[in-house]
Ligand binder design. Sequence first.
Ligand code: AHG
Ligand code: MN
Ligand code: MN
Ligand code: MN
Length: 338
Amino acid sequence: MNPQRKIMTLGEFTIQELRNFPAATGELSGLLRDIGLAAKRVNVEVSQAGLVDILGDAGRINVQGEDVKKLDIFSNQQFISVLQGGINCAGVGSEENEDILVFDDPLSNQSKYVLLMDPLDGSGNIDVNVSIGTIFSVHRRVTPRGTPCTKDDFLQPGNCVVAAGYIIYGSSTILVYATRRGVNGFTLDPSIGEFCLSHPNLKCPPDGNIFSVNLGNMEKYDEPVKEYVRYCMHRDPGSGRPYTHRYIGSMVADIHRNLIKGGIFIYPGTSDRPSGKLRLLYECNPMAFIVEVAGGKALTAAGQRVLDVQPTAIHQRTPMYIGSRHMMEKLEDFLTNA
Ligand code: AHG
Ligand code: MN
Ligand code: MN
Ligand code: MN
């Protein structure tokens, strides 16, 4: 590492944030550092995929009816063990666990926060060296400190999220997190094993020219969605169309790219799955929170913010439309005039 280079690690950044907020207790900072530690452990394993026995199916089906991969389980275990071993989290809700995990020990019960996560997003891409990630959101408990957390702590709408973020294990490993104060990205510097501030105060460009959708499902979309997709592909040089189509199949990486470059990602309901595929609590809410703080928009239907949906079940699904503000407004015209 160049000794002249000025760096700020994730740990230093969270401490600086604390200085700006003397009333803060440091618990959220501690939780974010715990998440950074778990992410580094997962990163080590991901970067050795193919050499260590981490590729392939685990041989079981999860509560979503999906084939579970070994790395889904490994990542789930790493995050849970770090959070359970720490003192900043009272319990976890995860894609890979049917029910919430209540840590229920004297220190954890004193914690102010619970965490929801998709430990490994983009499972289908693990075995083929394509970017994958982890997604999380943090809620302040509604139940009193000193007691075990309950489902009520997790079934809160996205507009109650305190912090949300993701890690992408890609060409480099990046951790992005948002609080209401802003969105910041930290790239893992392998030479010192630290996440270092690389993308301060991220903003989503209001316009863009990328659209991301599974075009293979086109026949299964409602007519307004089909019309919007045709609009994206229509040649109109004055407006920059046709837009470029990009779809990685790891939502976290698709949205990260669009957040930086400007673009729109949609996972609509389909004729066989009217609520779509993505899960509200640990996939859609965290990404919606981050993109909104960055100046973009996230809707579940015309005029309906993802963050306003009152959840009723941990694994519930929702259609999601998310991205650059002006692109989202155009999409809303199509959805509204249906
Ligand atoms: P997960 O790997 O956590 O189950 O999530 C997979 C999701 C998401 O990452 C991605 O955008 C989407 O599945 C892809 O679905 P399709 O193959 O239906 O497009
Ligand atoms: Mn899955
Ligand atoms: Mn996922
Ligand atoms: Mn997953």
